[in-house]
Design a protein around this ligand. Structure first.
Ligand code: G3H
Ligand code: ZN
Length: 285
């Protein structure tokens, strides 16, 4: 059934585990994520990014309604989250479209501008029943950009700033830049676990869970360590596309006469499902 992001992340954090949040682009992604979560009997978050909305001709409703319908019929708890929102117009569509949460992304701005924009988004979100995640520091590789130099000081989240940001902006969760980068196609990211520990320690009494973005590039053992270190929501997108595309590529190569799109979408969907189950098993704690 449909559940709330805040409830799922809170429950995961309480048992020192994490809930996986998968970026969905098509109906096949949505079905694969829910089937994968059902296979390992775990709750899951379906997230739709502003980028994905752009791909869907700028319309949120078609994919959001599909996600809500699949969530309704699921045997596990499924929450809907709107991801990497920069547009205030999109933010304002969230509550009506069935989302219980949003990630408001003003990380490209200076600290003061990020804080002001995020506080306004959090105030609006809370007044409209939404759980609000924001980002401080910047996880690289967004929008097809080259990954940021993971060791550049500005790119990492500063522990001192994080505490002030979270209490001043009033957000419910914080995405941190600790060495992962978006859209990696190899699992070679090395996380800064000392920094993560400082961040988790600094925010402990505020009870604000930490979120890892760009998790497709992070190896299993590093993901498990990050969860032990205080990450309670793990965002995964690219890994689904890697699984789907490889399966479809192989199917088409071995079935050159195939025409019915269901034939290759089926193998693509199954490959995504397996990836979902495997990742949830690493993260659930
Ligand atoms: O918000 C979405 C995630 O950060 C996905 O990142 O595609 O690198 O796994 P990824
Ligand atoms: Zn992200």
């Amino acid at each position: 059934p449909l559940a709330a992001t805040g409830t799922l992340v809170g429950a995961a954090a309480a048992r020192r585990g994490a809930v996986a949040a998968f970026n969905v682009i098509t109906l096949e992604h949505i079905e694969a994520v829910v089937a994968g979560a059902e296979a390992v009997d775990a709750p899951v978050i379906l997230q739709i990014s502003e980028n994905a909305v752009r791909y869907r001709y700028g319309r949120l409703q078609p994919l959001a309604r599909a996600a809500a319908a699949v969530a309704d019929g699921a045997r596990v708890d499924v929450a809907l989250h709107l991801d990497h929102v920069q547009s205030d117009d999109l933010l304002r569509q969230a509550a009506d479209a069935g989302f219980s949460s949003v990630m408001y992304d003003a990380a490209r701005l200076s600290y003061d501008e990020n804080l002001a924009a995020t506080r306004a988004a959090a105030d609006w979100g809370h007044a409209n029943g939404l759980w609000v995640e924001a980002e401080l520091g910047e996880v690289g590789g967004k929008d097809g950009a080259a990954p940021l130099d993971a060791h550049a000081p500005g790119a990492r989240t500063d522990p001192g700033e994080a505490r002030a940001f979270v209490s001043d902006a009033g957000v419910d969760a914080l995405a941190v830049a600790v060495g992962s980068s978006h859209a990696m196609t190899t699992r070679t990211a090395a996380l800064d676990h000392d920094l993560l520990e400082q961040l988790a320690e600094g925010l402990r009494d505020l009870d604000v869970p930490l979120v890892l973005h760009g998790s497709s590039g992070v190896p299993d053992d590093e993901l498990a360590a990050a969860v032990r270190g205080g990450i309670a929501k793990v965002n995964v997108g690219t890994a689904l596309n890697i699984a789907m595309t490889a399966a479809i590529r192989e199917f088409l190569a071995t079935h050159p006469d195939a025409v019915d799109s269901r034939k290759y979408l089926t193998v693509g969907r199954e490959a995504m499902s397996r990836t979902v189950g495997e990742l949830i098993t690493v993260l659930r704690g």
